[in-house]
Design a protein around this ligand. Structure first.
Ligand code: 2M8
Length: 444
């Protein structure tokens, strides 16, 4: 392995060590002091290469806080670190729900379920096979319960497409995609519960974070959920933000596939998973495909129409094999256009989260343009699946170049490669480990 990779791997492991709290890993030292749902999945993927016990523990800790209805919360709060983030348990009031676990403090929403992917990776890489099997026996039913939650409580039309009911559930919080449904929410600021943002006190310029208007809407939604005691059926009736997102649904679809493999290892019947997989893949392909855009759109269930904002989420169905070969070819052309930084374009790093030519593109504002390592890692898996290896190699190379250039940051300017957001960011470190060991052949 090249010396520079050895050195980078050492530094990446150092970042994870610094954020490891004994049972799980916080996303970053200051900005995100608790355990986050999909962060822990990505982090476990990094650990799977060199610390099986920690990888297993990371997911076990998260699922110990699973709600009784199967929902895996977006945040599991660290009781020793309260006071530095908003919103925390006093605001969420998760205990209003009969589903909230008694022994944990959590938020009342979820995130894309990347954990089956992580679990499969852990099991495949395990040195201690007995420990992995025991661990899987325990985790597998919990992973299934999370799938059941999405299909039972978030898919009212039984289409195989789960909806999100808060931008935070998408993981791509202030992506321009959410602007139209958020703008359509008429809120009376005077009736919002009082709150104070904490994120702007951590040294990151407000121009790089969601706006105050966004936060008012985030808070409005949380307030609605707690007033309705987190009753999913009641929320579905009243919530103004109800959206089928190709990112979450591609991850959900992929989880079925990975759970089928895990189920076979345990000798379980995987018929239900196959049905879910087929239905979600079909609906992604038929309902969310937008031929004119040449990408997959989100579908706004309240407005009854797609939102045609082009972000990297529009390519995500590659991850689970949903696109037809023709759809995949069209997506590939798009990914290889100026809009998403083609391989031979030396002015930019791939893949920006939002169309470089889009009206709201911003080089440094959070999910409104920058390059992110986690979504690119997911796209990388999809590109490989469809045999687009040259592009996958170039995405992997750009991840390494960006981190080498300025460190383990949260997001990167797609033109200058400058790094932004919080530093010593866990998933950047964890997925860099995977990219170096899995994608460059350095691990074999
Ligand atoms: C960001 O989101 C949180 C809310 O969940 C925030 O802005 O406070 C997103 O990037 C999300 O995808 C990520 O999981 C979280 C922690 O890294 O930070």
């Amino acid at each position: 392995m090249p010396e520079s990779f050895e050195e980078l791997l050492g530094r990446a492991k150092g970042v994870l060590d610094g954020n490891w709290l004994g049972r799980y890993t916080k996303p970053s030292p200051h900005l995100y002091p608790h355990q986050w749902n999909w962060d822990s999945g990505f982090i476990a993927i990094g650990y799977s290469h060199y610390d099986q016990a920690r990888a297993q523990q990371e997911l076990s800790s998260l699922f110990a806080a699973q709600w009784r209805n199967g929902m895996v919360p977006q945040i599991v709060f660290n009781p020793d670190a309260l006071g530095g983030y908003f919103p925390e348990p006093d605001f969420w009031q998760g205990e209003r729900s009969s589903h909230h676990p008694a022994n944990a403090l959590t938020s009342g929403i979820t995130m894309p379920p990347v954990h089956a992917m992580a679990a499969l990776k852990i099991v495949r890489k395990a040195q201690d096979r007995n420990s992995a099997r025991d661990w899987l026996e325990d985790l597998y039913p919990r992973l299934l319960k999370s799938q059941e939650f999405f299909y039972r409580d978030r898919d009212p039309n039984r289409e195989g497409l789960a909806y999100i009911r808060h931008p935070w559930e998408s993981g791509v919080d202030n992506a321009p995609t959410w602007d139209p449904p958020l703008a359509a929410m008429i809120i009376d600021k005077r009736s919002l519960p009082p709150y104070q943002r904490q994120d702007l006190k951590k040294g990151i310029p407000s121009s790089q974070r969601p706006s105050d208007d966004d936060y008012d809407r985030y808070v409005f939604l949380v307030d609605l959920f707690r007033k309705l005691n987190y009753d999913e059926a009641a929320i579905y009736e009243e919530c103004p933000f109800v959206i089928q997102d190709p990112l979450l649904n591609s991850v959900l679809c992929k989880a079925n596939e990975d759970l089928m493999e895990l189920g076979q290892i345990l000798g379980r019947d995987t018929g239900q998973l196959r049905e879910w997989y087929d239905q979600t893949a079909r609906s992604l392909r038929d309902k969310l495909w937008h031929a004119e855009h040449g990408a997959f759109d989100v579908y706004d269930l309240r407005a009854g129409e797609p939102i045609g904002t082009l972000t990297a989420a529009g390519f995500m169905p590659l991850l689970c094999g949903a696109p037809t070969s023709e759809q995949a070819r069209i997506i590939y052309e798009f990914l290889e256009s100026k809009a998403f930084c083609s391989m031979d374009d030396e002015r930019c790093y791939s893949i920006p989260n939002y169309n470089l030519e889009g009206e709201y593109f911003d080089t440094t504002n959070y999910w409104r343009g920058p390059v992110w390592v986690n979504t690119n890692w997911l796209l990388l898996q999809g590109l490989r699946r469809y045999g687009f290896h040259e592009k996958a190699d170039s995405v992997a190379r750009d991840i390494i170049r960006l981190v080498k250039r300025c460190g383990f940051y949260e997001y990167f300017d797609p033109y200058t490669g400058k790094c932004y957001g919080t530093h010593n960011f866990s998933w950047t470190a964890a997925l860099l480990i995977d990219v170096i060991l899995q994608e460059t052949g350095s691990g074999s």
